[in-house]
Design a protein around this ligand. Sequence first.
Ligand SMILES: N[C@@H](CCC[C@H](N)C(=O)O)C(=O)O
Length: 281
Amino acid sequence: MLEFTKIQGNGNDFIVIDNREGSMTSPDLSRLAASICERRQSVGADGLLVVEMSERENFTMRLFNNDGSEGEMCGNGARCIARYAWEKKIAGEKMSFETLAGPIHGVVTAPFVELDMGETNLSQGFWGQSLKVEGETFPFVYLVVGVPHCVLFVDNLEDFSHDSLRDIGRTVRYDTHRFPKGTNVNFVQRSGERTLKVVTYERGVEDLTLSCGTGSTASAIAASIVWEMAAPIQVQNPGGDNWVTVSFNETRSICKTYLTGKTVMIAEGRLYDEALPKDIE
Ligand SMILES: N[C@@H](CCC[C@H](N)C(=O)O)C(=O)O
């Protein structure tokens, strides 16, 4: 039986397993993610987070989306795995861990976790462009915050139904002419002097999720440049709020961000062998 923990950050939910002994290979983990994350058929989650050994930091975080693809980084997932590592005494309240997008530093003040999200190179983004989907024109910004993010600016999220946000998100996500690696898609409305409402379509989940940490960060970076919004920026997601602090270097070509939000430890469990994919046993 496979031991797991379920944790959520603003309704972005994850199954966490400890693979520090290295018993599962990457193909095993990808198949496990696609199976264990399937809602109704198994435990169900947006993604599988895996703790592995690291020579440089306290541990390594790997994220497999619920379609089995591996993502380079996951903001809410990183907050959840930091909480897990602290709860399981894998690391102290201040920790650092490796990701495919570089090292992340975190501070756990349960139930909140603050992450130093590192630097984002703004000159590698797209600025001042717009795109047209289903008859609507959206000004947008494209940025890589560990994973690719398109930030679409909207006047009022309530003008769009859930299904139309999902359909527009899916069209933009697969616009590989503009975004060769595909992209996560954030619909962003300014809701106050320092507040944003954000709904995200996630690559790898292939649906709207209740929150996305890197999406909250990309949206806050875009808002702090396009709308000159001052930090900390409160990002209101359908599943809860993230707070993002953004600061720039002198030439404003690089920005540094911190992401804070709540985590909830949901359950500990053991997956029966019959629920494991056939070739992992
Ligand atoms: N939910 C995440 C992002 C996860 C990765 C993403 N779906 C991708 O592979 O591009 C977050 O909180 O940042």
